[in-house]
Structures are given as structure tokens and as C-alpha cells.
Design a protein around this ligand. Structure first.
Ligand code: GRF
Length: 209
């Protein structure tokens, strides 16, 4: 799917940006199979992810949704930003905004997302809280190709995290993030290396599930 290296990567992030940091670190260390993070975009001026990008010597851009009347127009603006920088692959890393179908289609399957649950369980903005409330004993994280629906596209990688008896949302999310910071760069390597092939809903990694 995306096998041509070097691959120019953009990160979309809204918050503290620890997942973005994991990708920036892997990029800086040359550990993304020829991929390189060239841009971090945020929809929030105060997002720490922007500062993390600047510190890593990577371009940081605020893309304010304010002036855009609807999701489609914001998606088009994002596409323009990425296109101008010849971005090949987009990694959403805590980007708290639903992207337009036009954005997803415009990138032709080259958008990844990371979500703090074992999808399809607990999609949405409060995955960790929802898992705790449900009383699951095991949750985890998922890296998947993004499609037009929220937290829905074909799954590239998943890993379990055990729920401990005294967990609250913060403690559990912190342990999930530890796993995410390793798993996201691994998944990006698979995709850039051409080892992740989408067949229907599944992603075959190296030819197998
Ligand atoms: C991560 O848990 C990720 O799975 C989810 O949002 C969180 C982002 O955290 N999509 P951070 O801003 O990268 O620290």
C-alpha cells in the first residue's frame, strides 16, 4: 500500500501529544522504516504536541477549525496543508476531531489512528472510562487504518492491557499509553515497509492475520 521510502509523515494531535512524541522520537532515531515525521498539525493552539514538534525540529502548524463553517471545509484545509508538504502518510495521535469523508478519501487509505481500547469495543472519546464502567478485566489499544466512520477502519495491531483492581481512568490510561508508545511506531513500520495489506476488513501482516 505505502511501500515507497522515504515516506513523509504528518501527525495530527490535539492534546498532550505523548503518542506524537513516540513517533517523533522514532523518526529522529531513524526507526520508521525510511519514514520521517515532517509536520505536526493541531486544531488547538495550546496543544503541547505543537511544542514537542518544535523541540524536535519539526514544523508545527495550528489549523484552527474556527473559521470553517463545516467539517468538509476543515477537511479540505487540512488536505491543502498536507498536500503542500507532500505528505504520504498521516498518523492521528489523540486528534479529537471527526474528519470529513473528503479528507479520508483524499488520502486514499493513508491515514492511521490509535485508540485506547480493543476495538470494536469502546469506540469514541471516553474509551478508558467506558471500559472501566463496563467492568472489563482486560482492555488495550488498537492501531488501525482510518475510514469514514469513527474508530472503525481495518485493524493493523492490537495489544492487551490488564485492568487492575485499584485502577482509575488516569492510572489505566497511563499503562495503556506505555504500550501505545511502542505499538504505534511498530505499526507505522509495518505500513511503510509494505507489510500491512488490507483485505476486506482485515489487515494481513506479512501475508497472515
Ligand atoms: C491516546 O491514548 C490515544 O490512543 C488516543 O488519545 C490518547 C492521546 O494521548 N487516541 P496523547 O495526547 O498522545 O498523550
Amino acid at each position: 500500500m505505502i511501500s515507497a521510502a522515504p515516506c513523509r509523515i504528518a501527525i495530527l494531535a490535539s492534546g498532550t501529544g505523548t503518542s506524537a512524541q513516540a513517533l517523533l522520537d522514532a523518526s529522529g532515531a531513524g526507526e520508521l522504516a525510511g519514514g520521517r515525521v515532517v509536520l505536526v498539525v493541531s486544531d488547538r493552539r495550546e496543544a503541547h504536541a505543537l511544542e514537542r514538534a518544535r523541540r524536535a525540529g519539526v514544523e508545527a502548524v495550528l489549523c484552527d477549525p474556527g473559521p470553517h463553517p463545516d467539517r468538509a471545509s476543515y477537511g479540505d484545509r487540512l488536505l491543502d496543508l498536507l498536500g503542500a508538504r507532500h505528505v504520504d502518510l498521516v498518523c492521528m495521535a489523540g486528534f479529537m476531531r471527526i474528519l470529513s469523508p473528503g479528507f479520508i478519501q483524499g488520502l486514499g487509505g493513508r491515514v492511521l489512528n490509535i485508540h485506547p481500547s480493543l476495538l470494536p469495543a469502546f469506540p469514541g472519546a471516553h474509551a478508558v472510562r467506558d471500559a472501566l464502567r463496563w467492568g472489563v478485566k482486560v482492555t488495550g489499544t488498537t492501531v488501525h487504518f482510518a475510514d469514514e466512520l469513527v474508530d472503525h477502519g481495518p485493524i493493523i495491531a492490537q495489544e492487551c492491557v490488564r485492568v487492575l483492581p485499584d485502577d482509575d481512568e488516569e492510572r489505566l490510561h497511563a499503562r495503556i499509553k506505555q504500550v501505545e508508545h511502542r505499538l504505534y511506531p511498530e505499526a507505522v513500520r509495518l505500513v511503510i515497509g509494505g507489510h500491512a495489506r488490507v483485505v476486506g476488513r482485515a489487515v494481513l501482516v506479512g501475508g497472515t492475520r
